[in-house]
Structure formats: C-alpha cells, structure tokens
Design a binder for this molecule. Sequence first.
Ligand code: NAD
Ligand code: TDX
Length: 337
Amino acid sequence: MIEVLVTGGAGFIGSNFVRHALAAHADWRVTTLDKLTYAGRADTLHDVLDDPRHTFIRGDVGDQSLVEPLLARSQIVVHFAAETHVDRSISGALQFVQTDVIGTAVLLEAARNARRLQRFIQISTDEVYGSVATGASRETDELKPRNPYSASKTAADRLAYSYFATYGVPVIIVRPSNNYGPYQYPEKVIPLFVTNAIDEKALPLYGDGQNVRDWLHVSDHCRALDLLIARGDIGEVYNVGGGNDVRNIDLTRRILALLDRPESLIAPTPDRPGHDRRYCLDSTKIQALGWRPDMPFERGLEDTVTWYRENEWWWRPIKDGDASFRAYYDAHYARPR
Ligand code: NAD
Ligand code: TDX
C-alpha cells in the first residue's frame, strides 16, 4: 500500500481530493491531517470517515511532534492546509503567516528526514503572480503578490522550492486558479452568492464587478494533481488553470439566472482593498503532460448550483447556525471600505 498524507483534507479542495484519491487508487492508504479551523469540518468527509483505507487526525501542521512521525511513514504528501480567504487576511494577517508560512516550514523540516518520501506536493495559487493586466502568467514569471494571503502563499511556495534545491526534498509546486464545486465554504464568492440567492438575500458584488477570475472545477484540479504525482518533475512548478476567464458581474448574473432570481439582488459593495483585477494562467506546461480541464464552465456552475440546492444539510448550519460565521459576515459586509 502507498501511504498518502493529505493536509487540510477537511476543507474544500482537500476533501474533494481525499474522495477522488480513495476512489481512483485502490492501493492508496490516505491519512487526513486537519486542524478543523472554522473552514474545516469533519462533516465534509462524512462519506469517507469509515473507509478502512482512510484515517482522520485532528491536528495542526505546525505541530512538529505530530507531523514528524506522519511524514516519516508517508510516500506522498499533498499539502493543502492553509488559511485561504483573502478578505480575512486583510483584516487579520498574522494567522496566515502562522499557518501558511510557518506551518509549511514545519512540514518541510519533517520532510527533510522522511526517508520514504517520494513526492511533496505544495499547493500554491495563481495569486502569487499578482494582478495581470493582459496575457497569461507563466511559471517563470515574476511573483508579485499584493495581499497578505497571497504573500504568505508566495513565501510557502518559495520555501518549498528551497527545500528541494537545498536538501533534495522531492517537492512539486502547483499553482491552481480559482476552484469551484461541492463543499466550498460559503464565504467564497460562488457558494456565498449561490446560497444568498437561494435565500433571496443580497449578493455583495465588490467594486465595479469587472474583476476577472479563471474558474477551475475541483474535479479537474484533482485529476491534475493525480497526474503531477505520477508524472510531474520534481523541483518544477505547474500552473493549473481552468481556461474560464469570467468577469464577476457575469458570474453573478449567471448564478441569478440559474436560480431564477432577479438582478435587483445584486448589491454593489465597497471594493476589497488592493483587489487584484485579473488572474489568468498559461497552463501549457501541464497540458504537455496530457492534462486538459474537462468540465465546461456552464455545466460545472449548473452542477454546483444544484449541489448547494440539494445539500442544505451541509451549508445551512454554517450560514444560519454558526455564530462565528454570522459575526464575520455582519462585521465584514457592514464595514465601510
Ligand atoms: P479551505 O479553507 O476550504 O480549507 C483549508 C483547510 O485547511 C481546512 O479544512 C482547515 O481546517 C485546514 N487548516 C487550516 N489551518 C490548518 C492548520 N494549521 N493545520 C491543519 N489544518 C489546517 O481551503 P481550500 O479552498 O480547500 O484551499 C486548499 C488549498 O488550495 C490552500 O492551500 C489554498 O491556498 C489553495 N488554493 C485554493 C484555491 C481556491 O480557489 N479555493 C485556489 C488556488 C489555491
Ligand atoms: O462577497 C464577495 N464579493 C465579491 O465581489 C466576495 C467574497 C468576493 N467577491 C469577488 C472578489 C474576487 O474578485 O469575487 C472574486 C472571487 O473572490 P473569492 O471567492 O474571495 O476568491 P479570490 O479572492 O479570487 O481567491 C480564491 O482564489 C485563489 C481563493 O479564495 C484563494 O484561496 C485562492 O488561492
């Protein structure tokens, strides 16, 4: 059996990857390590918690005595665990440095001495390139992060590279674009707008709504990770973009149309400070290995809307029942910016 450690596996992309990994690889034994912050919930792994090939451990990636033995027995590590919401990084940067930078450094230190380790997959982000006015970012482009989240992720991305270059840790760095799909925490724009629209509540669209994001369905991302684990070159960086560049205003209108809700629900909202205008990835490098995104955006968005309609058991306790979510929402969206 191949021992796989997934950090942040109770979050959005991590949980989709755990599910994908168990289904696609009968010879993988998966350990999920997750701190269960506000963004991580054991519920999210409800259908794989009893799988005999899956073990869930609640813990912090920054806990050296916990991660050392886990790394020592792992052949593959996929490191998703992070603080991930840009708005929260603007109001409180330190936890992002703690988890995304220091937490990654602790894991990498443990990886130095992990004799069985064959792959350490560092999940980075397209945000490391900063806002790109025209064209598409390539892996060799300068990194110009512009908010505390993306700056922390850039530090982690380069730290991971340094552990390859200095100590030979078998690191591969992945820079995906904006993911969407099931089990995404409803602070991020698609699940927030879908669930608000279901409830006929306002959709807080920042600024002029002209910012562009490149949407990647989480299932396409999981297939890309599989391919990179099998055939990616150690020490290399791979962009993974969905090829779906969409303006926020157009995304918002599509969500409203899919739910048969009026455009009067769109609530222009003061802009996010330093809001990156546009991200766009050149994914030629991973495409040369044989990967293509399969999910057309129209279908992926429709499936996602359907998933949130049919799975209120998952998101309603967060939006209606979790006092910390309500406090965040009220403070964040009431705040003059
Ligand atoms: P998420 O916020 O849904 O999940 C993060 C998970 O990490 C949660 O389960 C949380 O409990 C866990 N976690 C946080 N701090 C931890 C710690 N100290 N120790 C252990 N676990 C901890 O995030 P996501 O959207 O699934 O993102 C996963 C990864 O992908 C992140 O590294 C993120 O930077 C990256 N990424 C996300 C996107 C996107 O669009 N969602 C795009 C590009 C890259
Ligand atoms: O209420 C909102 N209104 C709004 O207009 C929110 C939450 C967002 N937006 C806009 C801001 C962005 O232009 O929607 C776009 C997407 O916002 P988010 O969902 O917060 O994602 P983004 O900031 O693009 O970052 C995401 O993609 C890159 C993830 O959260 C990161 O973890 C990932 O690295």
